[in-house]
Structures are given as structure tokens and as C-alpha cells.
Design a protein around this ligand. Structure first.
Ligand code: SF4
Length: 362
């Protein structure tokens, strides 16, 4: 059944809850040098503005570890510290007020160190993301199961056992692969075996176009089955783009309904109207308006009338002019150079209506 959320354990990262029946949480990772506190905090603000809910930062060296306390104190989003396998950084992160760390227990099999991290994390109510990436499957698993989703799951089972041994259960699981099919199979297996919330992502997915395609392929079948509690779209790009893509995927899957949806035609020989710049302008104008609105912009009357009637606001182009619809009714016909200004007025009206309804409901 679509969107029938799996009942995973709930993990709290400050005021954000992951798992259970909570909404799928969108996250990203800063690409600034963490020790550059000003740049990192600025990027976190940009990410929040785009719709990010939790943010991960890399702790690569001593300088980064020292910056954690100030970043946690001033960040507008809950912060996850990616310490990978450094014991000292894990301790420092927890003591700095970090509420979730990403760590690979496979590289921390010294039981004394692992026990200390688990005890401290339990005391401070800190969650741990346990990740197995397709690129970091240990040799024992590769020898036994080959390069496969089964290998990833067996490794994960081993890591979770290590943490459970020290009474640690505040766990979020990730099983990323750069192959979306392998990643998808691994998460399906994990959803059957574990109650811990799942962090979904196709790792090293590539640049904007490739990364969006691979991430959508990997995430969609899982999300439609209710598998996945938090997502990250990994892109070789500005992390703000990761949030934009994540939101668009969740909205297209109807898991969320908080974006302006622009329906526009691919154009063809029937086009008598320059719609590309219009669509770009409307996209730019609405990109920071997070509310449900369907705008249809079609190049001619062939499909434009039907789509225009279905949308909240519609445009059907003609020869140097366009018909404008509002909630299914024809409003007026305007010249091509007036269309954007007319649309702006209608969009603003809908946005103001949405904001005042929201205010009254609060
Ligand atoms: Fe062509 Fe009209 Fe369809 Fe656009 S809406 S693709 S112009 S037929």
C-alpha cells in the first residue's frame, strides 16, 4: 500500500523526530570547512531556508572538533557530527552537545572505546547513525557473500550487535550504495529485519542531473512502500540543491504537499507563445513560497484548456496572447508581455490566503 509508514523506533535529534509515524525528514551535509564557523553557520542557514531539517557536518581534524561547541550553540538546525571512526572526536562531539553522530563501529572494534562511546551517548541521549556503504563492506563479508546487498546487511547486523552489546539502541541505519538497485535491495532487507529508523540515500550519486535520476530510482520504490524515515540526496553540487531535489521527490510522491507545482508542456510545432522564459520566471518567483499550489503553463489550447481548468492557476498560450484561468474558470485574455505580471498577482493572492488560513489555524 502506498505510503503505509513502517512503524520504526522514534529517535529524537533536538526538536526533530525521526521514525515512527513522523514525516520523512530531509537532511543534507555542509561542504564548508567545519572549523570555518562563520561559513558553516551561514551554509546551515541557507539549508534551513531551503527546507532542510537536520544537517551533518564533517569532523575531519582537531580544529573541526574544537568548532563543534560553537556551531551547536548557534546552529539554526540540529547538527549531526560525522566522525567516521575517530574515538576522540566522538567523545568531543558528545561533550559539545551534538545529538547524533555518524560512526562506523567496524573501525572501532576496540571494545573499551566502543563501550565508552555507547555509555556516554546513552547518558547524553545521543543517537548514532550506523552506516554500511557499498564501498566499505569488510573483507570477511565480501569473501562470504560477495559485493551484494546481502553483504551490506550481514555487516550491518554485525555492527548493530556490537552496539547492542553495550545496551545501545538509539540507532539510525544507513545502507548506501552508488548503485540505486543494490541500495534499494539492501534497505528492503533492513526494513524486514530491524525496527531502527532508516536513513535513505544513493551515495556518490553524481552531478545534479545524474544524482537526481539515481536518487529518484533508488528512493521511490522504498518511499512508496513506507520504507525510509530520513533522506539525503547526495549531489556534487551546492547542498541547497540537495534539499530542492529532496522536496521535489517527496512532493511528486505525495508524501508531502508543501511546494508550488508547475506543470509546463514540452513545447512543439503548435507553439505560438514563448513559454520557456515565463516558466523560468514563475519558478524563480515561487521557489521560496512553500505552500501547495498547482500552476499550469501550456503553450497552446490543445491541452492548455484542460490542464488550465484542473490547476489552481492556468495559462494557455495563443498567438502573442494567453488565456488565464483561476480555479477552473477563464479569468481573462492578456497579451504575451502581460502574462507574468498577471500571474504574480494571482500567485500572491493565493499565498496570502494560505498564510492567513495557517495563522488562523495556529
Ligand atoms: Fe505542443 Fe500545445 Fe502540447 Fe505545448 S500544449 S506541447 S504547444 S500541443
Amino acid at each position: 500500500m502506498l505510503h503505509n509508514r513502517k512503524n520504526t523506533r522514534i529517535i529524537k535529534i533536538d526538536n526533530v523526530q525521526i521514525g515512527g509515524q513522523n514525516d520523512v525528514v530531509i537532511q543534507s551535509m555542509t561542504n564548508t570547512k567545519t572549523a570555518n564557523i562563520e561559513a558553516t553557520l551561514f551554509q546551515i542557514e541557507q539549508l534551513k531556508k531551503a527546507g532542510c531539517q537536520i544537517v551533518r557536518i564533517a569532523v575531519f581534524d582537531e580544529e573541526d572538533a574544537k568548532a563543534l561547541q560553537t556551531i551547536v550553540k548557534n546552529s539554526v538546525l540540529p547538527v549531526i557530527a560525522d566522525i567516521h571512526f575517530n574515538f576522540e572526536f566522538a567523545i568531543k562531539a558528545i561533550e559539545s552537545g551534538i545529538k547524533k553522530i555518524r560512526l562506523n563501529p567496524g573501525n572501532l572494534e576496540d571494545p573499551v572505546k566502543l563501550e565508552k562511546i555507547c555509555t556516554l551517548a546513552n547518558q547524553h541521549n545521543v543517537a548514532i547513525r550506523v552506516g554500511v556503504n557499498s564501498g566499505s563492506i569488510p573483507k570477511w563479508a565480501l569473501d562470504k557473500y560477495g559485493y551484494s546487498s546481502k553483504s551490506m546487511i550481514q555487516t550491518l547486523k554485525h555492527y548493530i550487535k556490537l552496539l547492542n552489546k553495550y545496551k545501545f539502541h538509539n540507532i539510525v541505519i544507513s545502507l548506501k550504495a552508488n548503485d540505486p538497485i543494490m541500495m534499494m535491495e539492501a534497505y528492503e532487507l533492513a526494513a524486514k529485519k530491524f525496527k531502527y529508523p532508516l536513513h535513505l540515500g544513493v551515495t556518490e550519486a553524481g552531478v545534479l542531473l545524474d544524482g537526481t535520476i539515481k536518487s529518484t530510482i533508488g528512493l521511490t520504490p522504498l518511499l512508496l512502500k513506507g520504507i525510509g524515515d530520513t533522506i539525503r540526496i547526495s549531489l556534487t553540487d551546492d547542498p541547497v540543491k540537495e534539499i530542492e531535489v529532496a522536496r521535489k521527490i517527496l512532493n511528486a510522491l505525495k508524501i508531502r504537499n508543501d511546494l508550488v507545482d508547475i506543470i509546463s508542456c514540452p513545447t512543439c510545432g503548435r507553439l505560438n507563445f514563448n513559454i520557456m522564459p515565463l516558466v523560468e520566471k514563475v519558478q524563480e518567483y515561487t521557489k521560496d513560497m512553500f505552500f501547495p499550489l498547482k500552476i499550469s503553463i501550456l503553450g497552446c489550447f490543445v491541452n492548455g484548456i484542460g490542464e488550465g481548468k484542473e490547476a489552481d492557476i492556468g495559462v494557455a498560450g495563443s498567438i502573442q496572447k494567453a488565456v488565464i484561468f483561476k480555479h477552473g474558470k477563464i479569468l481573462k485574455t492578456v497579451s504575451e508581455n502581460q502574462v507574468f505580471d498577471e500571474l504574480k498577482i494571482l500567485i500572491d493572492e493565493e499565498y496570502n490566503k494560505y498564510k492567513s488560513t495557517k495563522q488562523n489555524n495556529n
